[in-house]
Design a protein around this ligand. Structure first.
Ligand code: FES
Length: 382
């Protein structure tokens, strides 16, 4: 296709050059016309030969290219490689398939929590031998392997598409696939953008030290009931109760903006509920209950986690860790609530209040956050 195209371009280019010259030099043009095309037997013969051969030659070249492509495709379709597993089972597959796809084709239990997107490392295999070079890990695979400091002979089965025979040993035992897949209804969670809210109850340790255990249980349960009600009223899910705090998720089944606003409303409800609880417990508490709240919006793996019989809906990921650290920052900033700028943007809140730049453990650079109290939170929510 390129040969006639290039020839036509050359023809057009020469035509344009001649036209330009004819315009600037009419005398030359007249002389050319007067001279005409000189009779040249050799050229005439060449023209005749070109007429006879150019078309068929071009078709031959194009046909040859297509034939070569067909042969290559056929070879690719029929080229195969073998995967040998640690139990000596050998599966043959066409080149192009990943090791995970080969395992699935052979109906072998092979862990793949993220569904083959290089977002986990559960499908990883150790390469016990190869009959040649394996393709280098791509960017995603390399990043995932780096994160777990995997040795050089470990690869992600979902990303590895060998062209040569290979012997592999899946590193997560197949029994784990059965235990986790079937017990919790195939749920491994999915990556989702959510708003996460962390609450820490201030002074719970000193409360436990100064009060009788039953009193502590009563007081903490009253507080947890109030916090849980605030989460439910705001349309969130409380996913984790620890001895002195809770984690709640927002936006699981609604829009990102709505989830972020719901989390902020929830924090406000918590502060208001806390005030009324403190009023009711005024004779019981030496110091009123206080909480620190961190809120952040980002990607997290959300799903049912925990023991097979009592799993809870929870989330894990960098965003969850960031939220927990934002909650700790409330102490340093001396405010009850720290909200990341991501949550403010997700909630569609444009505030003129100054943002703080904080550095969080485990995160490069600084993060812009809003340090808020009840009054300023109420103002930005209006
Ligand atoms: S299945 Fe998650 S990385 Fe391969």
């Amino acid at each position: 296709m390129l040969v006639p195209t290039a020839a036509l371009l050359g023809f057009a280019e020469f035509g344009m050059t001649m036209t330009a010259r004819a315009r600037t030099d009419p005398q030359w043009m007249r002389a050319m016309k007067a001279r005409g095309v000189p009779a040249d037997a050799h050229r005439a013969k060449l023209r005749a030969a070109l007429k006879d051969w150019a078309g068929p030659s071009w078709f031959a070249v194009v046909g040859l290219v297509f034939s070569i492509a067909q042969v290559r495709n056929w070879r690719q379709r029929h080229a195969r490689f073998k995967v040998t597993y640690a139990d000596d089972v050998m599966i043959e597959a066409p080149i192009g398939m990943s090791v995970l796809e080969v395992s699935r084709m052979a109906r072998r239990a092979h862990m793949s929590v993220c569904g083959g997107r290089a977002r986990c490392t559960t499908c990883r295999v150790q390469i016990a031998g190869t009959a040649g070079e394996l393709p280098e890990p791509g960017e995603l695979e390399a990043a995932a392997l780096r994160r777990i400091c995997a040795p050089n002979d470990v690869r992600l089965a979902c990303q590895l598409r060998p062209k040569v025979d290979v012997t592999v040993q899946p590193l997560l035992h197949p029994s784990l696939v059965t235990a986790t897949h079937h017990a919790v209804g195939q749920e491994f969670g999915e990556e989702q953008e959510v708003t996460i809210l962390f609450v820490d109850i201030r002074g719970s340790t000193s409360l436990a030290e100064t009060r009788l255990p039953y009193d502590v249980v009563f007081l903490l349960n009253s507080l947890f009931a109030a916090l849980a009600e605030a989460v439910e009223k705001s349309g969130g899910y409380y996913s984790n109760f620890t001895g002195d705090g809770l984690m709640a998720l927002f936006g699981l089944d609604r829009e990102r903006a709505e989830g972020a606003r719901a989390a902020l409303r929830c924090a406000l409800t918590m502060f208001e509920t806390l005030d009324s609880l403190n009023d009711r417990l005024v004779g019981e508490l030496e110091t009123p209950f206080a909480i620190g709240v961190g809120i952040h919006t980002g990607e997290a793996i959300v799903g049912r986690m925990g023991p097979p019989k009592t799993p809870i809906l929870s989330a894990i990921g960098d965003s969850v860790n960031t939220t927990a650290r934002l909650e700790s920052t409330t102490k340093e900033l001396g405010v009850p609530l720290v909200v990341s700028v991501e949550t403010l943007h997700a909630a569609g809140i444009r505030t003129s209040m100054p943002l703080e730049e904080v550095s969080l453990r485990g995160r490069a650079g600084t993060m812009a956050v809003a340090a808020l109290d009840k009054a300023s939170l109420r103002r930005i929510l209006i």
